[in-house]
Design a protein around this ligand. Structure first.
Ligand code: PHE
Length: 333
């Protein structure tokens, strides 16, 4: 009487049943009145007297076990039958969950910040809703300066504006820290302007380095290094005299066109150069407004437009694409 073999044959067949018919056949064969288990039970009296008791216990335990297996198999089979009835195919592979990603403008902004962080700059941030003092007044904008005009600035109320540039962070930083300072300030800025190359909201990264003996050559050196890391070691830069109320002297910085590499194309309007940022040496009036002594220290500042850098990097010709939230566009980055 091989009880172990009975156990493995019976549980194997029950486990393999694919539908209720097969399962019922297995139930009759192993557990039915004329089934294998009953047959074994009937033969117990034929055993030696001292083996009968043990065999009886074993067979009873096996019976319980096989009944549990039958129940389990019944649930399994009716479960998948139900899934089929509901039009579910549980053998289909799962649908992948679409993963989001970082917006291309934020990617480029992070890349810009990384380059300056490697040069030892700290990252600072500030409010987008800003006081006139930080956005204009302390930056040496005369009261009648055209940048304060309704045309450019979103006014919230009398002296509260949406910041028009990240230069407000120059003031907020110096106001709270004695020199030296070496910071960059990434963030959103707002101007009442909208066309192919302007959106009412865009991003800037401001840079400010103030200390003992900082010169225009340091400004040029830092920006050259930045441009070469961003666009490759052979990208030239050029500085053109410019004007900002908060820097003197001021310079607009161009890079050699990254599309045509200087020979002239549509993107650079045939000049071979692209304007990417504004910069200059911090104006003494700005130092005075934050309580710095301009006879002891000097500094440079720059502000670059992130969208401009991103458009050049990816060859995108309409700035508005970045903010239309069309996934066919955004998921390419
Ligand atoms: N804030 C200026 C702008 O938005 C850029 C700038 C920053 C220029 C720092 C000089 C120094 O146009």
């Amino acid at each position: 009487m091989d009880i172990d073999k009975l156990k493995s044959d019976a549980s194997g067949q029950i486990g393999a049943a694919k539908d209720l018919d097969e399962l019922n056949q297995a139930a009759v064969k192993w557990l039915g009145r004329k089934g294998a288990l009953s047959e074994f039970m009937r033969r117990i009296p034929e055993l030696e007297p001292d083996l009968r008791r043990e065999a009886g216990q074993k067979l009873n335990a096996l019976k319980k076990e096989l009944e549990a297996l039958l129940e389990e198999a019944r649930e399994r089979i009716s479960g998948s039958a139900q899934a089929r009835d509901e039009g579910l195919d549980i053998s289909l592979p799962g649908r992948p969950v679409a993963a989001g990603s970082i917006h291309p403008i934020n990617q480029v902004m992070e890349e810009i910040c990384d380059i300056f962080v490697q040069m030892g700059f700290d990252v600072v941030e500030g409010p987008e809703v800003e006081l006139d003092w930080y956005n204009f007044e302390a930056l040496n904008f005369p009261p009648d300066h055209p940048a304060r005009d309704m045309q450019d600035t979103f006014f919230i109320s009398g002296d509260v504006v949406l910041r028009t540039h990240t230069s407000s962070l120059q003031i907020r930083t110096m106001e709270n820290t004695p020199p030296p300072v070496k910071v960059i300030a990434p963030g959103k800025v707002y101007r009442c302007d909208s066309d192919v190359t302007h959106t009412p909201m865009f991003h800037q990264v401001e840079g400010l380095l103030v200390g003992d003996g900082i010169s225009f050559a340091d400004l040029k050196g830092a920006l050259t290094l930045f441009v070469q890391k961003m666009y490759g070691p052979n990208t030239p830069i050029r500085l053109r005299p410019s004007f900002f109320p908060f820097t003197e002297p001021s310079a607009e910085v161009d890079i050699g066109c990254v599309i045509c590499r200087g020979s002239g194309c549509r993107v650079c309007s045939g000049t071979g150069w692209l304007e990417v940022l504004g910069s200059g040496m911090v104006h003494p009036n700005v130092f005075k407004n934050v309580g710095y002594d301009s006879s002891l220290i000097t500094g440079f500042a720059f502000g670059l437009g992130v969208e401009r850098i991103a458009m050049l990097k990816y060859g995108v010709d309409d700035l508005r694409r970045f903010f239309e939230n069309d996934l066919r566009f955004l998921s390419q980055f």
